[in-house]
Design a protein around this ligand. Structure first.
Ligand code: CA
Length: 324
């Protein structure tokens, strides 16, 4: 029987017995009992009699501190676990998104300037993922010329890089992609071996004029065929100085003679190119500041350059996947 029930029964009894004193006493008790605040409220002062006195003691603050630390550490571990769990879920989701995004960036035809690692106003350096969304290749993309989408594989602009190099360097590439460079025959082959590609050569002279040669047909064979060039279907303003002596030729360097000459055209003309016997273009030749005093060993483009005796200030060679 709880207190409330006992009091209720007592009141019923006192009313039926007409006992005034008992009723008053019970009423007071009931009032006191019912006016008690709800649980959880702190009451100032003591209610009811004090209990028996306990033995004298002292507070062990070290123990209290230890207990608090133990509780806090448990709490910290629980929080860390939750944060770790969340981080793991988030980073795996980010990786998945990255993979999906990368699988879209198969070449310079698919990138936008907002994804550039560095940007110079008309093009920039990008990571592309031609075969595998986890394996990138760093390339320079020209996103402006004739609608953009070009992968640049050669640039001359100031003579800061030596282009008179051997076979392995022409296979693997050299230079810096936002300055003077050669991307590498093997990379060019790998990036163009599937599908149809076109070629563009941009040339600038020392008088500030730019011209171009564009080719609707372009492919480069693999190493087993010494990166033989197929080029054709010319259009442009610079004249066609690729098809006549370079179409159908293997690549030749100073230490690897694959040309149609009795000697080595790369040695003879101080370059590295798809030489026949030998050339009407020599864009990897010696860089001559000012463009004069040339001897065909220079950066030559026969059909614009007053035969061979003009060395150009600027060249860029690039390819793009054809849309159909
Ligand atoms: Ca030869």
């Amino acid at each position: 029987m709880n207190t409330n029930t006992a009091l209720f029964l007592a009141i019923v009894h006192c009313i039926s017995a007409h006992n005034e004193d008992l009723c008053t006493g019970l009423r007071n008790q009931l009032q006191e009992h019912c006016s008690l605040p709800e649980s959880g409220v702190i009451i100032e002062g003591r209610i009811g009699k004090a209990g028996p006195q306990g033995p004298p003691g002292k507070v062990n603050y070290t123990l209290v501190q230890e207990k608090i630390e133990e509780i806090y550490q448990k709490f910290e571990v629980r929080m860390d676990n939750r944060v770790d769990q969340k981080t793991e879920t988030c980073s795996s989701q980010i990786k998945l998104l990255e993979k999906r995004f990368n699988s879209l960036l198969t070449g310079c035809e698919k990138v936008s300037k907002y994804g550039a690692l560095s940007w110079n106003g008309t093009g920039g350096i990008f990571n592309i993922y031609p075969d595998n969304p986890q394996q990138s290749i760093e390339v320079y993309c020209d996103l402006t010329s004739d609608g953009g989408g070009w992968t640049v594989f050669q640039r001359r602009m100031d003579g800061s890089v030596d282009f008179y190099r051997g076979w392995n360097e022409y296979v693997n590439g050299f230079g810096e992609k936002n300055k003077e460079f050669w991307l590498g025959l093997e990379t060019i082959h790998q990036l163009t071996k599937n599908g149809n590609y076109e070629l563009r050569v941009d040339i600038g002279n020392w008088e500030g004029e730019r011209r171009y040669a564009q080719y609707g047909t372009f492919s480069i064979a693999g190493s087993n065929d010494n990166y033989r060039l197929t080029v054709g279907d010319y259009s442009g303003t610079a004249g066609d100085s690729m098809t006549p002596r370079s179409n159908g030729q293997q690549f030749t360097t100073k230490d690897r003679d694959n040309d149609g000459s009795g000697g080595n055209c790369a040695v003879e003309w101080s370059g590295a190119w798809w030489y026949e016997k030998c050339h009407v273009s020599n864009l990897n030749g010696i860089y001559l500041v000012g463009g004069t005093g040339a001897t065909s060993k220079n950066v030559a483009w026969y059909h614009w350059g007053n035969n061979h005796v003009y060395s150009f200030k600027f060249t860029e060679i690039k390819f793009r996947r054809k849309q159909n």
